[in-house]
Design a protein around this ligand. Structure first.
Ligand SMILES: [Zn+2]
Length: 622
């Protein structure tokens, strides 16, 4: 069969979309005869082609829309913008049987089949459920991991990548080691930014760091700054416990004295210059210092909440950007102390802003869909530099509602389902279900999507949670049943149901609320439950994994995983029934096993974060 693929125009994303169809369709059917062309615009006299690009089939819009109208190998693959055309190209291939389960080559499933013209009949007309569908860098990463993620995003119709800090050095140092410098990482990031641009993805950048960079101190991680700071900077730093100095020597977490003359001006001037020189950034994330409870205690600053000072700063930035004719959007962060809404100031009526709701302390044992919006709990009163109770989903939403009384504009959640707790869930099934429930319910919370603050490598033992996130951010009506069936069928073929039941059982046996410290179990209960967990894994390894482990990367991951889960179980059994020495021994075994398995699972498992979370953060709660 000969297929004419006709690219419309010279846009690089549309060129890439065409090339991706070529690559995938040829891998699917090596006998297909391709005739690839490029025209300046659609030529109605060429009848027997599949056109790829923007024509007048649908209206141009920033709102992503997939539009495919192909019949018997003729028609159009288009979208509401260049990025959407790329989504449509991947969707076309998905309709032919491809699946993009997780980042990296192994996540791409391309069935071999003979195609004829009647197979090339696809009609899709869908618009995004949510505007913001992005992934934000966290954890430990190398170039390839981030590249794989950026490459994967459009395959599943996710539209944004968020690079944290002026230079995201800390994440790369955790992977490559401390000898990699800011300059090296800036050079890596420069290549990654090209990949974002090539796909016309929405680029979000920075976050924390604005408090110190204008004074010449760049925060590229949570490290200490040991040099002297300038007198000018010292006088601008928050007065905290009677002193003006970097908070814990950490630029990332330092706050400023925003009522001091010239401070807001300096920070916003710096941000305007930055926006002017970085037009490739569509959304500047403009956050205060990380953490909290360390805001300025000078007499003037104490007259308003941190959120009120923040609103002043944001309004000033908006006005300056408008004056300069810069249309860069600004995220502002409803997080830690600024979770408490402003009461004296109000944000400008402007489409400049996106409220970024960051419920970092929420429980991941419960979903937004548990929340009764008509019966929200009372929020805590504001007390300067004192933390408030915010450990439940309901409380976080209650704080958000207060903000929504003040601000009605564009909003999204910046959430953490895939940063810490996901490692705990040994079957990765609980977290996938939670994400589906969360994503389906965002609209009811007044949130137009999610930027997922997550480890870039989060697909171990499967990519189901991340895949579910993408599916439900694009289409919130798609059922979790359909998503998981699709995933397991594509990854495990005839064994789909067996693997699904196995992983579901592991999640049930793990009992995530127990590991994260929300429910208590007795020593006997832990022993019984986690002994069954070990036996389940060992039996499944014997009955299935041993047989299939050489057949695919997906089975390889299950194989590797089957050695880690029993040690995880041993750690907890020992924690409740044995000495601290024994616990330490199993923790060491876990660490060594992860190191041994690294070559197999490097692209899907963030071993750095896993070690920290499982062997330190959560274990301390028991
Ligand atoms: Zn102050």
């Amino acid at each position: 069969m000969r297929l004419i693929l006709a690219q419309i125009g010279k846009n690089q994303t549309i060129g890439f979309a065409t090339k991706e169809i070529v690559r995938l369709i040829k891998a699917m059917d090596k006998n297909i005869v391709l005739d690839v062309r490029r025209y300046d615009k659609k030529d109605e006299t060429v009848k027997n082609a599949v056109w790829v690009g923007l024509d007048d089939s649908i209206e141009y819009s920033e709102k992503d829309r997939i539009f495919i109208d192909v019949e018997n190998g003729m028609g159009i693959i288009t979208g509401s913008n260049e990025r959407s055309v790329l989504f449509s190209a991947y969707r076309f291939m998905t309709e032919l049987g491809c699946r993009f389960l997780y980042p990296g080559k192994d996540g791409e499933k391309i069935p071999e089949r003979n195609l004829d013209y009647s197979d090339l009949t696809v009609k899709i007309n869908e618009t995004e459920s949510y505007k913001h569908r992005g992934i934000c860098i966290e954890g430990s990463v190398g170039y390839e991991h981030v590249y794989n993620t950026i490459d994967w995003l459009p395959k599943v119709a996710m539209n944004g990548y968020y690079s944290q800090f002026f230079t995201p050095t800390t994440f790369f140092q955790r992977y490559y080691g401390n000898d990699i410098t800011d300059k090296d990482v800036a050079a890596i990031n420069s290549c990654l930014e090209d990949e974002v641009a090539k796909r016309s993805l929405v680029y979000h950048a920075i976050g924390h760091g604005w408090n110190t960079a204008p004074y010449g101190v760049e925060a590229t991680g949570w490290g200490k700054y040991e040099n002297e700071i300038s007198e000018e900077f010292k006088s601008a730093v928050a007065l905290y416990k009677g002193e003006r100095k970097l908070f814990n020597n950490m630029p990332m977490s330092t706050q400023l004295c925003f009522s001091k003359p010239g401070v807001k001006e300096k920070v916003t001037d710096f941000a305007v210059e930055y926006a002017k020189n970085h037009k490739n950034i569509h959304y500047l994330a403009f956050s205060l210092g990380d953490g909290g409870r360390n805001h300025c205690e000078c007499e003037e600053c104490l007259k308003k909440r941190p959120s009120d000072h923040y609103v002043d700063l944001l309004n000033m930035l908006d006005e300056k950007l408008t004056k300069e004719g810069i249309d860069t959007k600004i995220h502002f962060t409803v997080y830690a102390d600024t979770l408490l809404a402003p009461i004296k100031e109000k944000l400008n009526e402007s489409d400049r802003f996106v409220l970024k709701f960051c419920p970092i302390a929420r429980s991941f044992a419960h979903s937004y869909d548990d929340v009764d919006l008509d019966n929200l709990p009372e929020t805590a009163p504001f007390v300067h530099n004192q933390d408030m109770k915010r450990d439940t989903v309901e409380l976080n939403v209650a704080y958000l509602k207060k903000w929504q009384e003040n601000y009605k504009g564009d909003s999204c959640v910046f959430d953490y389902q895939l940063i810490w707790n996901h490692h705990v869930d040994q079957g990765y099934f609980h977290v996938a279900e939670l994400i589906s429930r969360d994503m389906k319910d965002l609209g009811r919370m007044g949130l137009n999507g999610m930027l997922s603050c997550q480890t870039i490598r989060a697909a171990f033992p499967t990519g189901l949670p991340q895949y579910t996130m993408a599916q439900n951010l694009w289409n919130k009506e798609k059922s979790f049943d359909d998503i998981k069936n699709e995933y397991f069928a594509s990854a495990f073929g005839d064994n789909a149901k067996t693997v699904e039941e196995y992983l579901k059982k592991l999640s049930e046996l793990t009992n995530l609320p127990f590991v994260i410290g929300e429910v208590k179990l007795t020593a006997d209960e832990v022993k019984e439950r986690y002994t069954i967990l070990k036996e389940t894994v060992e039996k499944f390894r014997e009955d299935y994994i041993e047989k299939y482990k050489e057949t695919s990367a997906d089975w390889q991951y299950l194989y590797a995983h089957s050695f880690l889960v029993p040690i995880f179980a041993d750690i907890y059994i020992a924690k409740y029934n044995d000495t601290e020495e024994t616990v330490k021994k199993y923790c060491n075994d876990y660490r060594n096993k992860l190191d041994e398995l690294k070559p197999v699972i490097d692209s899907v498992c963030d071993d750095w974060v896993t070690k920290f979370d499982l062997l330190s953060k959560y274990l301390r709660r028991h």
